[in-house]
Write a protein that binds this ligand. Structure first.
Ligand code: MRU
Length: 319
């Protein structure tokens, strides 16, 4: 089952808020329903958001909506992952050619996602085998798997490709507070794949690295700035600092659509700040405040290499 798909002239997607307990596929008939699904993270992860943006504009055209207005609303549903507005703009560019052209472009982006990420995964696995060794334990953060794309995954696509060539050891994954995309979604995917894995709390990442339990850190990205700064789920930056201290390669796996040459550096990226209620609850006293950053910026000098569907960008030589 694909994370997101186009069937019978509408969007279908897995509601990721219910995993791992419940596997439910929802039909999306309107752009407002899609925006709601994006905001509540029923569909999430940068490449999946790119596909959602593209299919959303096609849906607006099919429904006879004001397409530019719908495209604008969709682009603004979440601010940080550049893929969302990338997907929206790819389809909006066909506005003059009519609805069928817009639907075809969206479907092309959907199908392309699968091929792009399997290429990326194999390239990443090859890099690791060449530069790190024949059997590799990996640390990952958040969910950069099939659920964040259409079918294959970025960082977890590399894990999948390592498994294919029998080069994968153990996977450690951060639970990824506050919404637990690691503990809920990555652990669920690794179970499906039959990969041995261990969930650790986010603050244990440095200890996993310091104890030599992994030979590489592999994460996805929501936006890569022109200077190589990487914006990804909150908690990625401390993991990169710990990896540098432990002299463990820190790899970023992302499609070319995540590379944003129009953004000079990480400091220029709008970081989504989500509702404090996602952090506060019965475990915090009444009246406490929370600042719920959803993403952070890893400076380029902490990134060993960026693996895309087209190339490997060596940001920093291995020490
Ligand atoms: O808030 P989310 O779940 O959309 O954040 C997702 C991430 O940060 C992923 O690591 C990133 O989108 C890369 S997914 C291939």
């Amino acid at each position: 089952m694909r994370t997101i798909d186009w069937k019978n002239e509408r969007i279908v997607l897995i509601d990721q808020t219910l995993l791992p307990g419940t596997f439910k596929v929802v039909d999306i008939d309107t752009v407002d329903e899609l925006i709601d699904a994006i905001k509540r993270l029923a569909v999430r992860g940068a490449p999946a958001l790119g596909v959602a943006g593209a299919l959303g504009v096609a849906l607006a055209a099919r429904n006879g909506d004001d397409v530019p207005a719908a495209a604008d609303k969709l682009s603004k549903a979440r601010p940080t992952a550049v893929n969302l507005s990338w997907g929206v703009n790819q389809v909006l560019a066909k506005l003059d050619q009519g609805t069928d052209a817009m639907v075809e472009t969206a479907k092309h982006i959907l199908e392309g996602d699968v091929r792009r990420h399997s290429d990326l995964g194999r390239r990443g696995a090859q890099w690791l085998v060449d530069n790190v060794g024949p059997r590799i334990n990996v640390h990952t953060h958040c969910n950069a798997g099939a659920l964040a794309c259409v079918e294959w995954g970025t960082a977890l696509g590399v894990v999948r490709a390592l498994q294919e060539r029998d080069a994968l050891g153990h996977v450690y994954l951060d639970e990824t507070r506050p919404l637990l995309q690691g503990a809920r979604l990555t652990a669920w995917e690794l179970r499906q794949m039959g990969v041995e894995h261990t969930v650790v709390v986010d603050s244990a990442g440095a200890t996993v690295l310091a104890r030599g339990l992994v030979q590489a850190v592999l994460v996805g990205a929501d936006r890569i700035a022109a200077n190589g700064d990487v914006v990804n789920k909150i908690g990625t930056y401390p993991l990169a600092l710990a990896a540098a201290r432990a002299n463990v390669p820190f790899l970023v796996a992302a499609p070319e659509s995540t590379v944003d040459m129009a953004t000079p550096d990480g400091a220029s990226v709008e970081i989504e700040i989500r509702d404090a209620a996602e952090v506060l609850g019965d475990h915090t006293p009444d009246g406490s405040a929370a600042l719920n950053f959803a993403f952070d910026v890893t400076p380029a000098d902490l990134v060993t290499a960026i693996i895309t569907d087209e190339r490997i960008i060596d940001a920093k030589p291995l020490g």
